[in-house]
Ligand binder design. Structure first.
Ligand SMILES: [Zn+2]
Length: 54
């Protein structure tokens, strides 16, 4: 499903950072900030975790 949010990879600092940022945006009610974080996380998954389904 392309609309599913990307999943952070266990043990990756960058994933954890982006996921934490996304959660903070979500809790602040900032939907566009939240979707920005999803874009960054997808981009990071593609660049650093090739083969991981985003
Ligand atoms: Zn990562």
């Amino acid at each position: 499903m392309p609309s599913d949010p990307p999943k952070p990879v266990d043990g990756c600092e960058k994933c954890a950072e982006l996921a934490a940022k996304r959660t903070a945006r979500f809790q602040a009610g900032d939907r566009s900030g939240e979707s920005d974080c999803n874009v960054y996380l997808r981009r990071h998954l593609a660049a650093s975790h090739a083969g991981v389904r985003a």
